[in-house]
Design a binder for this molecule. Structure first.
Ligand SMILES: C[S@@+](CC[C@H](N)C(=O)[O-])C[C@H]1O[C@@H](n2cnc3c(N)ncnc32)[C@H](O)[C@@H]1O
Length: 315
Protein backbone atom coordinates (compact mmCIF):
# COMPACT_ATOMS: atom_id res chain seq x y z
CA UNK A 1 0.00 0.00 0.00
CA UNK A 2 2.78 2.43 0.95
CA UNK A 3 4.97 1.46 -2.00
CA UNK A 4 2.13 2.44 -4.38
CA UNK A 5 2.00 5.85 -2.67
CA UNK A 6 5.66 6.75 -3.12
CA UNK A 7 6.63 5.25 0.25
CA UNK A 8 4.65 7.76 2.37
CA UNK A 9 1.06 8.16 3.50
CA UNK A 10 -0.77 10.25 6.06
CA UNK A 11 -2.49 8.15 8.72
CA UNK A 12 -5.85 9.34 7.40
CA UNK A 13 -5.00 7.95 3.94
CA UNK A 14 -3.67 4.72 5.44
CA UNK A 15 -6.79 4.12 7.56
CA UNK A 16 -9.07 5.06 4.64
CA UNK A 17 -7.39 2.42 2.46
CA UNK A 18 -7.20 -0.19 5.24
CA UNK A 19 -10.92 0.16 6.05
CA UNK A 20 -12.55 1.21 2.76
CA UNK A 21 -10.36 0.15 -0.19
CA UNK A 22 -12.99 -1.11 -2.69
CA UNK A 23 -11.44 -4.59 -3.03
CA UNK A 24 -9.28 -5.07 0.05
CA UNK A 25 -10.75 -2.83 2.78
CA UNK A 26 -11.83 -4.17 6.15
CA UNK A 27 -15.39 -2.78 6.01
CA UNK A 28 -15.77 -3.03 2.24
CA UNK A 29 -14.53 -6.61 1.82
CA UNK A 30 -13.19 -8.50 4.77
CA UNK A 31 -15.46 -7.87 7.76
CA UNK A 32 -17.36 -11.01 8.72
CA UNK A 33 -19.77 -9.49 11.20
CA UNK A 34 -19.97 -7.18 14.23
CA UNK A 35 -20.45 -8.71 17.69
CA UNK A 36 -19.22 -11.84 19.43
CA UNK A 37 -18.33 -13.60 16.17
CA UNK A 38 -16.66 -10.50 14.67
CA UNK A 39 -13.60 -8.46 15.64
CA UNK A 40 -15.45 -6.10 18.00
CA UNK A 41 -18.79 -5.74 19.80
CA UNK A 42 -20.95 -2.63 20.09
CA UNK A 43 -23.93 -1.69 22.25
CA UNK A 44 -25.96 -2.52 19.15
CA UNK A 45 -24.81 -6.14 19.30
CA UNK A 46 -24.57 -6.85 23.06
CA UNK A 47 -28.01 -8.14 23.95
CA UNK A 48 -28.49 -6.69 27.44
CA UNK A 49 -27.39 -3.23 26.25
CA UNK A 50 -29.28 -3.38 22.95
CA UNK A 51 -32.77 -3.64 24.47
CA UNK A 52 -32.76 -0.47 26.64
CA UNK A 53 -30.83 1.36 23.92
CA UNK A 54 -33.36 0.43 21.22
CA UNK A 55 -36.25 1.46 23.48
CA UNK A 56 -34.64 4.88 24.15
CA UNK A 57 -33.96 5.44 20.42
CA UNK A 58 -37.53 4.52 19.49
CA UNK A 59 -38.85 6.99 22.14
CA UNK A 60 -36.62 9.65 20.57
CA UNK A 61 -37.91 8.79 17.07
CA UNK A 62 -41.52 9.07 18.29
CA UNK A 63 -40.80 12.42 19.94
CA UNK A 64 -39.42 13.85 16.66
CA UNK A 65 -42.63 13.00 14.76
CA UNK A 66 -40.86 12.61 11.40
CA UNK A 67 -42.29 9.81 9.24
CA UNK A 68 -38.73 8.81 8.17
CA UNK A 69 -35.74 7.55 10.13
CA UNK A 70 -32.26 7.08 8.66
CA UNK A 71 -29.80 4.80 10.44
CA UNK A 72 -26.23 5.42 9.26
CA UNK A 73 -23.82 2.50 9.59
CA UNK A 74 -26.22 -0.20 10.77
CA UNK A 75 -23.63 -2.97 11.43
CA UNK A 76 -25.29 -6.39 11.41
CA UNK A 77 -28.81 -4.87 11.49
CA UNK A 78 -29.66 -6.12 14.99
CA UNK A 79 -30.16 -2.62 16.43
CA UNK A 80 -32.53 -1.75 13.56
CA UNK A 81 -34.58 -4.86 14.36
CA UNK A 82 -34.65 -4.06 18.10
CA UNK A 83 -35.73 -0.46 17.41
CA UNK A 84 -38.54 -1.47 15.06
CA UNK A 85 -39.67 -4.17 17.49
CA UNK A 86 -39.93 -1.65 20.33
CA UNK A 87 -42.52 0.27 18.31
CA UNK A 88 -46.17 -0.74 18.31
CA UNK A 89 -47.55 -2.33 15.12
CA UNK A 90 -49.30 0.94 14.27
CA UNK A 91 -46.20 3.14 14.91
CA UNK A 92 -44.12 0.77 12.79
CA UNK A 93 -46.62 0.96 9.94
CA UNK A 94 -46.34 4.75 9.84
CA UNK A 95 -42.52 4.84 9.96
CA UNK A 96 -40.22 4.42 6.94
CA UNK A 97 -36.84 2.98 7.99
CA UNK A 98 -33.83 3.89 5.79
CA UNK A 99 -30.27 2.60 6.07
CA UNK A 100 -27.05 4.04 4.64
CA UNK A 101 -23.92 1.94 4.96
CA UNK A 102 -20.46 1.91 3.37
CA UNK A 103 -20.00 -1.86 3.66
CA UNK A 104 -21.49 -4.11 0.95
CA UNK A 105 -20.83 -7.12 3.21
CA UNK A 106 -22.70 -5.61 6.16
CA UNK A 107 -25.57 -4.48 3.88
CA UNK A 108 -26.06 -8.12 2.83
CA UNK A 109 -26.07 -9.12 6.50
CA UNK A 110 -28.51 -6.31 7.41
CA UNK A 111 -30.91 -7.41 4.66
CA UNK A 112 -30.78 -10.99 5.95
CA UNK A 113 -31.29 -9.92 9.61
CA UNK A 114 -34.31 -7.77 8.73
CA UNK A 115 -35.78 -10.41 6.39
CA UNK A 116 -35.53 -13.07 9.13
CA UNK A 117 -37.32 -10.69 11.53
CA UNK A 118 -40.04 -9.98 8.96
CA UNK A 119 -39.15 -6.26 8.86
CA UNK A 120 -38.53 -3.82 6.03
CA UNK A 121 -36.13 -0.99 5.26
CA UNK A 122 -34.81 0.89 2.23
CA UNK A 123 -31.07 1.00 1.59
CA UNK A 124 -29.31 3.99 0.01
CA UNK A 125 -25.74 4.28 -1.24
CA UNK A 126 -25.26 7.83 0.07
CA UNK A 127 -26.73 10.23 2.61
CA UNK A 128 -27.70 12.61 -0.20
CA UNK A 129 -29.86 9.88 -1.73
CA UNK A 130 -31.41 8.99 1.63
CA UNK A 131 -32.17 12.65 2.43
CA UNK A 132 -33.75 13.10 -0.99
CA UNK A 133 -35.93 9.99 -0.46
CA UNK A 134 -37.23 11.48 2.83
CA UNK A 135 -38.02 14.90 1.35
CA UNK A 136 -35.25 16.37 3.51
CA UNK A 137 -37.09 15.76 6.82
CA UNK A 138 -36.02 12.86 9.00
CA UNK A 139 -34.65 11.54 12.28
CA UNK A 140 -31.05 10.51 11.62
CA UNK A 141 -29.04 8.41 14.05
CA UNK A 142 -25.80 6.49 14.22
CA UNK A 143 -24.08 4.29 16.78
CA UNK A 144 -20.29 4.02 16.60
CA UNK A 145 -20.17 5.53 13.12
CA UNK A 146 -17.85 8.51 13.63
CA UNK A 147 -15.11 6.39 15.21
CA UNK A 148 -15.05 4.35 11.97
CA UNK A 149 -14.12 7.45 9.92
CA UNK A 150 -10.39 7.74 9.08
CA UNK A 151 -8.84 10.30 11.47
CA UNK A 152 -6.09 12.83 10.81
CA UNK A 153 -3.44 12.30 13.50
CA UNK A 154 -1.34 15.16 14.87
CA UNK A 155 1.56 15.41 17.29
CA UNK A 156 2.41 18.51 19.35
CA UNK A 157 5.94 19.87 18.99
CA UNK A 158 6.32 21.99 22.15
CA UNK A 159 9.69 23.45 21.16
CA UNK A 160 8.42 24.91 17.89
CA UNK A 161 4.86 25.32 19.21
CA UNK A 162 3.28 23.61 16.24
CA UNK A 163 1.22 20.56 15.34
CA UNK A 164 2.90 18.02 13.06
CA UNK A 165 0.99 15.54 10.94
CA UNK A 166 1.71 11.88 11.75
CA UNK A 167 2.14 9.58 8.77
CA UNK A 168 3.77 6.33 7.76
CA UNK A 169 6.94 5.76 5.77
CA UNK A 170 8.39 2.69 4.14
CA UNK A 171 12.09 2.22 4.94
CA UNK A 172 14.61 0.94 2.35
CA UNK A 173 14.43 -2.46 4.09
CA UNK A 174 10.64 -2.56 3.69
CA UNK A 175 9.71 -1.76 7.31
CA UNK A 176 6.77 0.60 7.99
CA UNK A 177 7.58 3.35 10.50
CA UNK A 178 5.75 6.42 11.78
CA UNK A 179 7.05 9.79 10.66
CA UNK A 180 5.93 13.35 11.49
CA UNK A 181 5.98 16.22 9.05
CA UNK A 182 4.90 19.83 8.92
CA UNK A 183 1.31 20.47 7.95
CA UNK A 184 -0.78 23.44 6.99
CA UNK A 185 -3.88 21.80 8.46
CA UNK A 186 -4.69 22.92 11.99
CA UNK A 187 -6.38 20.58 14.47
CA UNK A 188 -8.26 23.63 15.83
CA UNK A 189 -7.11 23.05 19.43
CA UNK A 190 -5.65 25.72 21.68
CA UNK A 191 -5.41 23.93 25.04
CA UNK A 192 -1.76 23.68 26.25
CA UNK A 193 -0.39 20.19 25.53
CA UNK A 194 2.76 18.36 26.69
CA UNK A 195 5.48 17.76 24.08
CA UNK A 196 4.70 14.75 21.89
CA UNK A 197 0.94 14.69 22.68
CA UNK A 198 -0.90 12.76 19.97
CA UNK A 199 -4.47 13.59 19.01
CA UNK A 200 -6.87 12.32 16.36
CA UNK A 201 -9.31 14.62 14.54
CA UNK A 202 -12.14 13.21 12.41
CA UNK A 203 -11.97 15.81 9.64
CA UNK A 204 -13.21 13.10 7.25
CA UNK A 205 -16.51 13.07 9.21
CA UNK A 206 -16.70 16.89 9.03
CA UNK A 207 -16.30 16.66 5.22
CA UNK A 208 -18.95 13.90 5.00
CA UNK A 209 -21.41 16.01 7.06
CA UNK A 210 -20.79 19.09 4.91
CA UNK A 211 -21.57 17.02 1.82
CA UNK A 212 -25.18 16.18 2.76
CA UNK A 213 -26.45 18.55 5.50
CA UNK A 214 -27.04 21.38 2.97
CA UNK A 215 -29.51 19.04 1.19
CA UNK A 216 -31.59 18.49 4.35
CA UNK A 217 -34.47 20.73 5.33
CA UNK A 218 -35.33 19.80 8.89
CA UNK A 219 -33.62 17.00 10.76
CA UNK A 220 -32.99 15.70 14.26
CA UNK A 221 -29.67 13.87 14.49
CA UNK A 222 -28.48 11.63 17.30
CA UNK A 223 -24.82 10.59 17.29
CA UNK A 224 -23.63 7.98 19.78
CA UNK A 225 -19.97 7.07 20.17
CA UNK A 226 -17.08 6.62 22.58
CA UNK A 227 -15.09 9.74 23.32
CA UNK A 228 -15.51 13.03 25.15
CA UNK A 229 -15.13 16.80 24.94
CA UNK A 230 -11.81 18.60 24.31
CA UNK A 231 -11.29 19.31 28.02
CA UNK A 232 -11.46 15.59 28.95
CA UNK A 233 -10.57 13.42 25.95
CA UNK A 234 -6.78 13.96 25.81
CA UNK A 235 -6.12 13.89 29.55
CA UNK A 236 -3.80 10.94 30.42
CA UNK A 237 -3.65 9.82 26.78
CA UNK A 238 -0.30 11.20 25.56
CA UNK A 239 -0.18 8.55 22.81
CA UNK A 240 -3.68 9.38 21.55
CA UNK A 241 -6.37 6.74 21.13
CA UNK A 242 -5.72 5.20 17.70
CA UNK A 243 -6.06 1.43 18.00
CA UNK A 244 -7.01 -1.69 16.08
CA UNK A 245 -9.21 -4.67 16.94
CA UNK A 246 -8.50 -8.16 15.65
CA UNK A 247 -10.68 -10.98 17.03
CA UNK A 248 -11.58 -8.73 20.02
CA UNK A 249 -7.90 -8.14 20.81
CA UNK A 250 -7.02 -4.46 21.28
CA UNK A 251 -3.82 -3.55 19.42
CA UNK A 252 -1.81 -0.33 19.73
CA UNK A 253 1.52 1.08 18.47
CA UNK A 254 2.95 -0.50 15.32
CA UNK A 255 0.44 -3.39 15.54
CA UNK A 256 -2.22 -0.95 14.29
CA UNK A 257 -0.47 -0.97 10.91
CA UNK A 258 -0.17 -4.75 10.67
CA UNK A 259 -2.73 -6.69 8.59
CA UNK A 260 -4.21 -3.67 6.73
CA UNK A 261 -7.72 -4.59 5.58
CA UNK A 262 -8.03 -7.48 8.02
CA UNK A 263 -8.56 -5.61 11.30
CA UNK A 264 -10.71 -2.73 12.45
CA UNK A 265 -8.99 0.60 13.18
CA UNK A 266 -10.66 3.22 15.35
CA UNK A 267 -10.11 6.31 17.52
CA UNK A 268 -12.11 8.13 20.23
CA UNK A 269 -14.39 10.92 19.05
CA UNK A 270 -14.02 14.55 20.14
CA UNK A 271 -17.63 15.67 20.69
CA UNK A 272 -16.60 19.36 20.92
CA UNK A 273 -15.59 19.04 17.25
CA UNK A 274 -18.92 17.43 16.33
CA UNK A 275 -20.74 20.31 17.97
CA UNK A 276 -18.72 23.07 16.29
CA UNK A 277 -18.81 21.38 12.84
CA UNK A 278 -22.60 21.00 13.14
CA UNK A 279 -22.96 24.62 14.29
CA UNK A 280 -21.01 25.79 11.23
CA UNK A 281 -23.63 24.03 9.08
CA UNK A 282 -26.54 25.72 10.88
CA UNK A 283 -27.33 22.97 13.42
CA UNK A 284 -28.07 23.48 17.11
CA UNK A 285 -26.74 21.00 19.65
CA UNK A 286 -28.28 19.99 22.98
CA UNK A 287 -25.97 19.37 25.96
CA UNK A 288 -24.14 16.02 25.78
CA UNK A 289 -25.58 13.07 27.66
CA UNK A 290 -24.11 9.68 28.42
CA UNK A 291 -25.68 6.54 27.03
CA UNK A 292 -26.74 5.56 30.59
CA UNK A 293 -28.64 8.85 31.00
CA UNK A 294 -30.23 8.49 27.57
CA UNK A 295 -31.33 4.91 28.33
CA UNK A 296 -32.33 5.78 31.92
CA UNK A 297 -29.93 3.18 33.32
CA UNK A 298 -28.22 3.30 36.70
CA UNK A 299 -24.70 4.68 35.89
CA UNK A 300 -23.00 2.81 38.75
CA UNK A 301 -24.24 -0.53 37.35
CA UNK A 302 -23.51 0.32 33.72
CA UNK A 303 -19.89 1.38 33.41
CA UNK A 304 -19.86 0.43 29.69
CA UNK A 305 -22.65 2.81 28.76
CA UNK A 306 -20.98 5.59 30.82
CA UNK A 307 -18.13 5.70 28.30
CA UNK A 308 -20.48 6.54 25.46
CA UNK A 309 -21.55 10.10 24.79
CA UNK A 310 -24.60 11.22 22.85
CA UNK A 311 -24.99 14.48 21.00
CA UNK A 312 -28.34 15.58 19.63
CA UNK A 313 -28.20 18.17 16.84
CA UNK A 314 -31.15 19.77 15.08
CA UNK A 315 -31.39 21.60 11.80
C1 LIG B 1 -18.26 0.26 14.21
S1 LIG B 1 -19.49 -0.20 13.09
C2 LIG B 1 -20.97 0.10 14.05
C3 LIG B 1 -22.13 -0.72 13.57
C4 LIG B 1 -23.46 -0.55 14.29
N1 LIG B 1 -23.92 0.82 14.30
C5 LIG B 1 -23.40 -1.09 15.70
O1 LIG B 1 -23.51 -0.29 16.64
O2 LIG B 1 -23.23 -2.30 15.87
C6 LIG B 1 -19.49 1.13 11.91
C7 LIG B 1 -20.56 1.05 10.85
O3 LIG B 1 -20.51 2.24 10.06
C8 LIG B 1 -20.47 1.89 8.67
N2 LIG B 1 -19.83 3.03 7.98
C9 LIG B 1 -18.55 3.44 8.05
N3 LIG B 1 -18.37 4.56 7.31
C10 LIG B 1 -19.56 4.87 6.78
C11 LIG B 1 -20.03 5.90 5.92
N4 LIG B 1 -19.21 6.85 5.46
N5 LIG B 1 -21.32 5.90 5.56
C12 LIG B 1 -22.17 4.95 6.01
N6 LIG B 1 -21.78 3.94 6.82
C13 LIG B 1 -20.51 3.90 7.20
C14 LIG B 1 -19.75 0.57 8.66
O4 LIG B 1 -19.90 -0.15 7.47
C15 LIG B 1 -20.41 -0.10 9.87
O5 LIG B 1 -21.69 -0.59 9.55
Amino acid sequence: MLAENGGRMSLREFVAQALYHPEAGYYTSNIRTVGRRGDFSTSGTIENLRRPFARAISRWIQKNRFPHVIEVGAGDGSLAVAIMKSLSWWQRRKLRYHIVDASPKLITLQKQTLREAGLQATWHATMKQAVSATGGRASVFSNELVDAFPPDVFQWDAQNKEWLEVGLELSATGIITEACRKTTQSPELHTPFPDGQRIEVHFSYRDWLADWIPHAEKIAMLTVDYGDTTSKIYHRRPQGTLRAYFHHQRLTGDDVYARPGRQDITADVNFSHLESWGNALGMKASPLTTQSQFCQLNPSKNSETEQFQIIEQRL
